[in-house]
Design a binder for this molecule. Structure first.
Ligand code: C6P
Length: 419
């Protein structure tokens, strides 16, 4: 065996009760094609612990009711739980106040909210918005739509062959025309962790607000929005061991106060007449209609669960898995890792010289291994690396070294079959 691999294996995770964690996730007992499920598609969505499932079921079974609307007991209890979740999230990212935490449907909606409200009001003809080459479509298309509408320009920071932002190019690109910077904290395709603090500092030297797409960073890195000093932060509950359909937009209170509402409807108003409407205070101004109450409660529960295990422990565990997997696949013939940045989250994207990623994904599925293949909603990034797609294994808190072995064994079999 590779000596480094053996060393990692021996080191193992004595601090980390992996079996106990795995027992908390009922889906991990599933068989796929009669094989134990090896779930390595955590960047797409994470699995949910029983604690989250129970909290959501308990709401539906015992106090299902609408929020902010009723004086009756159930509604008050639902409102308390919903607003309690907001406080859990506020504390998790160390926002200044709970009015800076907006519930959305996910990262995509959070970014669209900022582009549609802040963007529409502040971007004018000839202005420039900066993103990077490794953005998810969710952090490209809303800005592109805005630029088309306003006749503004979208500028893209290039990356090097390791998949790292070329900071000097960003320094050259930023100027008095730049009016917004929107950057992914950690890439879903490459795993790269971007130097967001430096990016924010530079942008702030020019008084330019920065949005961070934290969809992939939130379950791996401790995020302190005050320390980072980002102006907006977007993430999704389902990548944080919480439910789908719920996400967060954090915004600094001064920005949110100045922004127009995103959608009109119930809950976001203060007073409505046929002549005019005045809006509710933050955060409700941005939460029109009945929210995903169970989703918010589930997201709060997911954060409680994560904090019990410790985000640092989870990150350490995922780093060891990434390290182990990277070394284990590096000897495979014709395999090229896409994304070799120095700082990475637990994402391993690769490309086989002679095997299409979809064949890799289908073959592994028959071994019980779930990975994602395709462009991962980063088509411009695929173009940068001159490939149509990658195969991507992404690790979560419950994955094991043995599961990585199953993946590598499957890849070896693929090489035998496809040559
Ligand atoms: N990436 C993946 O398999 P939503 O769909 O709104 O929850 O998240 C969108 C999104 C935005 N930014 C980044 C960096 C992301 O990774 C994602 C979602 C998934 O990589 C699904 S495409």
């Amino acid at each position: 065996m590779h000596t480094e691999i053996a060393a990692i294996k021996k080191n193992d995770f004595s601090f980390y009760d992996i079996q106990k964690i795995r027992n908390d996730f009922p889906i991990l007992k599933t068989l796929v094609h009669d094989k134990p499920l090896v779930y390595l598609d955590n960047a797409a969505t994470t699995q949910k612990p029983q604690y989250v499932i129970d909290k959501m079921n308990y709401y539906y079974e015992n106090y299902n009711s609408n929020v902010h609307r009723g004086v009756h007991a159930l509604s008050q209890k639902a409102t308390e739980a919903f607003e309690g979740a907001r406080i859990i999230i506020k504390n998790f990212i160390n926002a200044l106040g709970k009015n800076e935490i907006i519930f959305t449907r996910g990262t995509t909606e959070s970014i669209n909210l900022v582009a549609s409200t802040y963007g529409r009001a502040n971007i004018k003809e000839g202005d420039e918005i900066i993103i990077s080459t490794m953005e998810h479509h969710s952090n490209i298309v809303p800005w592109q739509m805005l630029c088309t509408e306003k006749n503004a320009k979208l500028r893209v920071i290039p990356i090097n062959d390791n998949g790292e932002i070329i900071f000097e190019e960003f320094e050259k690109m930023i100027n008095e025309k730049t009016k917004f910077v929107s950057i992914v904290y950690a890439s879903n395709t490459l795993g790269t962790i971007n130097p967001v603090k430096e990016i924010i500092n530079l942008a702030h030297n020019y008084n330019i607000p920065v949005l961070l797409d934290a969809a992939q960073a939130i379950n791996h890195l401790k995020i302190d929005v005050q320390q980072l000093d980002c102006d907006f932060l977007a993430f999704s509950g389902h990548k944080l061991y919480g439910p789908t359909g719920i996400g967060i937009l954090y915004g600094k209170v001064n920005f949110l106060e100045a922004m127009h509402p995103y959608q009109g409807g119930g809950d976001m108003i203060s007073k409505v007449t046929f002549e005019e409407t005045t809006y509710n205070e933050l955060p409700h101004k941005f939460e029109a209609g009945t929210p995903d109450i169970a989703g918010a409660i589930g997201l709060g529960a997911a954060i409680e669960y994560i904090e019990k295990i410790g985000l640092e422990n989870i990150a350490h565990h995922e780093n060891l898995l990434l390290d182990y997997a990277t070394k284990a696949v590096s000897d495979l013939q014709g395999l090229k890792i896409i994304g070799t940045a120095k700082d990475k989250i637990g994402v391993l994207s690769f490309h086989f010289e002679n095997v299409h990623p979809h064949d890799v994904g289908t073959f592994l599925d028959f071994e019980g291994v779930a990975i994602r293949t395709g462009h991962h909603c980063t088509q411009p990034l695929m173009r940068r690396f001159n490939i149509p797609a990658t195969s991507r294994a992404s690790f979560g808190m419950y994955n094991t070294i043995e599961e990585v072995d199953v993946l590598v064994h499957g890849l070896k079999k693929i090489l035998e079959v496809f040559g």
